[in-house]
Write a protein that binds this ligand. Structure first.
Ligand code: ZN
Length: 340
């Protein structure tokens, strides 16, 4: 380790979570747990709209960097994937797993493209889509090995452990013009440009590698994105604690942007702001994490509400559509019955 001045110790540690809009919550649960083999690490509601679920998927404990979350709106129209959005969310898979996943997606009738490569063949990726047309990728790269230690597959996943998804690889930001976003990433958030190919510029933060990558793609011909079902609502970046988050908030204001106050999301604390290209960014703390209100072996098995919504539990449970947890839980979770 080199000695760095204090101000530079404040690093964006990589991606924290990605939040997208879905349609039917059951279809969403079946896809992400049943096919992709992620664990539902939290079943809760959208704190800003408590009649809607907020579903969190991740590795065994929902480590920051592995967490894809959804607001499922059963009757939401399809959105438009376009500029001002995260248009691709990529997961890392272990080396040598691409054939396994190709077959798995095909057998489950998942819409997928052919395996392709980028950056002179250094990176192999498989593009596919969930039932709401959210664009996803599975990526292998030479750094995937180190991720095996950081992300712990869920042992009851239907995907074999040695093939399991190991957190995020990267996200793609589609931009009409990229200079201001590039400057935000580089000058304010201290990302480094590490690769470029055509209109794709890859930035990384902190120690670098998968889960710290942000690919900026300049796509002026693309339609402006509309955030509805099948699109990403926002992307969150990791900060280690509340103090560092405070510093980030000040730095974002200095960059001329307009962050929210710190908002308590129970499992992390959040500051949101819109980057110059229109993508909603969040800076989220690593702690306290998903074991805050239920033990590790019970994550995602009952509906959790923050203390301020607990008095409304009966009404909220009645308004939410019933869902059954897929796979390991076996026991259907019926929302309209009392949940202990
Ligand atoms: Zn978020």
């Amino acid at each position: 380790m080199t000695n760095k001045p204090d101000s530079e110790d404040n690093e964006i540690l990589g991606l924290h979570h990605v939040t997208a809009i879905a349609g039917n919550p059951q279809t969403n649960i079946d896809f992400y747990t049943g096919i992709l083999g992620l664990r539902l690490v939290k079943l809760t509601v959208n704190f800003d709209d408590p009649n809607t679920y907020h579903l969190y998927y991740g590795d065994k404990v929902g480590h920051p960097g592995s967490v894809l979350t959804f607001f499922p709106w059963p009757n939401a129209p399809r959105g438009v994937r376009g500029t001002g959005q995260v248009t691709v969310t990529s997961f890392s898979i272990p080396d040598g797993s691409m054939d396994y996943w190709k077959v798995r997606l095909r057998e489950n009738r998942v819409r997928a493209e052919e395996v392709a490569t980028r950056f002179d063949g250094k990176e192999e990726y498989l593009t596919f889509y969930d039932n709401d047309d959210l664009k996803l990728e599975l990526v292998t790269s030479d750094k995937s090995k180190s991720l095996a230690e950081r992300f712990v597959p869920w042992e009851r996943s239907p995907v074999t452990q040695e093939r399991a998804i190991r957190g995020f690889h990267s996200v793609v930001l589609s931009e009409e013009g990229y200079e201001k976003t590039a400057s935000l990433l580089k000058d304010t958030m201290r990302f480094r440009l590490v690769e470029e190919e055509g209109e794709r510029f890859r930035y990384e933060s902190s120690s670098g590698g998968p889960t710290t990558f942000v690919d900026l793609i300049c796509q002026p011909a693309l339609l402006r994105g509309i955030v509805l079902a099948g699109t990403v609502h926002h992307v969150a970046f990791r900060t280690s604690d509340d103090n560092q988050q405070k510093t980030w908030r000040e730095d974002i204001i200095k960059a001329g942007l307009n962050p929210t106050p710190v908002i308590d999301r129970q499992y992390f604390h959040s500051v949101y702001f819109r980057e110059p290209g229109g993508v909603l960014f969040e800076i989220a703390t690593d702690p306290p994490g998903f074991t805050l209100d239920e033990p590790e072996d019970k994550l995602g098995t009952t509906l959790k509400l923050p203390p301020w919504l607990e008095p409304s539990r009966k009404r909220i449970e009645k308004a939410l559509p019933k869902v059954e947890l897929f796979g390991a839980a076996k026991k259907p979770l019926v929302q309209n019955q009392a949940i202990a």
